[in-house]
Design a protein around this ligand. Structure first.
Ligand code: SUG
Length: 457
């Protein structure tokens, strides 16, 4: 479709943040995610976590960015426990899981759907051959607790992006290691403006069918979650041509240092790619491939290793920031509070980012510590969906944040969430009951219909 056929030029990015669920806890479930591995067993505060997320959403809404919200999932996932052979009443299923397999119980209680950067990969309509917005829920097969997400994620996305004339939904890829897919966390769209033709940078950690070749570099310590084959399949589903895509291998040393997704070491927006020197195995080749395909000059903002070590990149989550476009052409970087607490990172923000020759004119600090302790920064908490005005008008449900919705969600959290959740509390049948009551009420607030297993019968 060309620009004349498409009258709608008012494309804007809507950030759909995941609302933190009532069972938010620290279970140490994610191998290769240093924060999750080191905080397992801590007492979590689900109420504070959800309110921190809502405060970030509100601050961005107040600054005139478009903000959406995606609901949490049904946890504990008693259906998953039953599938694993735990039988009897809900109480008995929980008690047996707590006794026999506490780590499985923790997994089925994880509120990990809050990290909506892993919910799906999205291709905006200006790039798709059929002029629709395309969605593929990520299969998240690399960990059991996250593999539980895509079924509900698919229903939620289909409920909100319901209009088939404008939105296309693809099935999650086969949930097997060859097609291991972690969604938008490994996908960056680069374009002049949001409504211009974009180039899609897919970053993968390993090649599934490349074994046998001695030369393929691979991480040694931690798993590579995304495969090249998965990224290629998503691009194929969305109808992206070779001229619109770049597939780049993530640096294995970065994965071994705790960079389990590309969005822990790079972030792009418009023509800007902010990245760490160690983000890509072939840095020069990746930039060259982007430049060849982009219709507007790429603006690389490179942070060298001597300015920020991999360890500091991982502990501060500098790159897990939201890079947002402003009407005057400048950009705002939303960083987690941990960046301010790290002297070399904070100096880099001042010297390389704010003082550098790039469009980043402002840095905003947000406290999302509850999520950060599980390895989820500001960028993990949101799914970016570029939409034209008509597409925004076609959204179903009440998912675009305004003051009224923010107020209702805040009151809902305050009514239903605990302020203390230790691993041993997860077996409490009252927690499961509280969660169902809360989620039923939430689907009413968001007007998204029945999306949860307990509502589907
Ligand atoms: O998949 N942590 C998530 C964090 C995801 C961050 N997302 C992005 N980088 N886009 C993960 O590793 C930890 C859960 C626990 O240990 O309780 C967890 O699943």
């Amino acid at each position: 479709m060309n620009d004349q056929q498409r009258p709608d030029r008012d494309y804007r990015e809507v950030n759909f943040d995941g609302l933190v669920g009532p069972t938010h806890n620290y279970a140490g479930l994610a191998l290769g995610n240093v924060a999750s591995m080191s905080h397992g067993g801590l007492v979590a505060n689900p109420r504070e976590a959800a309110l921190q997320g809502l405060a970030k959403m509100k601050a961005l809404m107040d600054a005139d960015y478009l903000q959406g919200v995606l609901p949490p999932q049904q946890r504990p996932d008693l259906g998953a426990l039953r599938a694993l052979g735990f039988t009897g009443s809900d109480e008995r299923v929980l008690a047996r899981a707590a006794g026999d397999a506490p780590q499985i119980l923790r997994a089925v209680c994880s509120a990990s759907s809050m990290w909506t950067a892993n919910a799906a990969t999205v291709t905006p309509s200006p790039d798709a051959p059929d002029g629709r917005v395309h969605f593929t829920p990520a299969n998240l097969q690399s960990s059991f607790h996250r593999f539980l997400e895509p079924a509900t994620t698919g229903r939620v996305l289909a409920a909100i992006f319901r209009d088939e004339a404008r939105f296309a939904h693809h099935p999650a890829l086969p949930a097997t290691p060859a097609f291991s897919d972690e969604g938008a966390a490994n996908h960056t769209r680069l374009a002049g403006g949001h409504g211009d033709a974009g180039v899609h940078l897919f970053v993968y950690g390993r090649e599934a069918f490349g074994w046998g070749s001695e030369t393929l570099p691979a991480p040694k310590r931690f798993p590579a979650r995304q495969t090249l084959e998965a990224s290629q399949a998503v691009a194929r589903q969305h109808g992206l041509a070779e001229s619109q895509t770049v597939f780049a291998q993530q640096h294995p040393e970065a994965i071994d240092a705790g960079v389990f997704h590309n969005d822990v070491i790079a972030v792009g927006n418009g023509p800007v790619l902010l990245y760490h020197e160690m983000a890509f195995l072939d840095e020069a080749g990746t930039l060259e491939a982007l430049r060849e395909r982009m219709r507007t000059p790429l603006i690389p903002v490179r942070i060298p290793l001597e300015a920020v070590s991999l360890e500091d990149a991982v502990s501060s989550y500098l790159f897990n920031s939201q890079l947002l476009s402003n009407p005057d052409g400048s950009m705002t970087l939303v960083v987690p509070g941990e960046c301010q607490e790290n002297a070399s990172v904070w100096r880099t923000v001042q010297d390389h980012l704010l003082a550098g020759a790039n469009p980043i004119g402002e840095v905003v600090v947000k406290d999302v510590k509850q999520s950060m302790r599980n390895g989820g920064g500001p960028a993990c908490l949101r799914l970016r969906v570029v939409l034209g005005a008509e597409e925004r008008g076609a959204l179903a449900g009440r998912v675009l944040l305004d003051d009224a919705l923010h107020g209702e969600l805040t009151a809902w959290v305050e009514r239903h969430y605990r302020d203390r959740l230790a691993p041993e509390d997860l077996a409490d049948p009252a927690l499961a009951r509280e969660t169902l009551v809360a989620l039923d009420e939430l689907s009413g607030i968001l007007e998204i219909g029945s999306v949860y297993p307990f509502q589907l019968g």
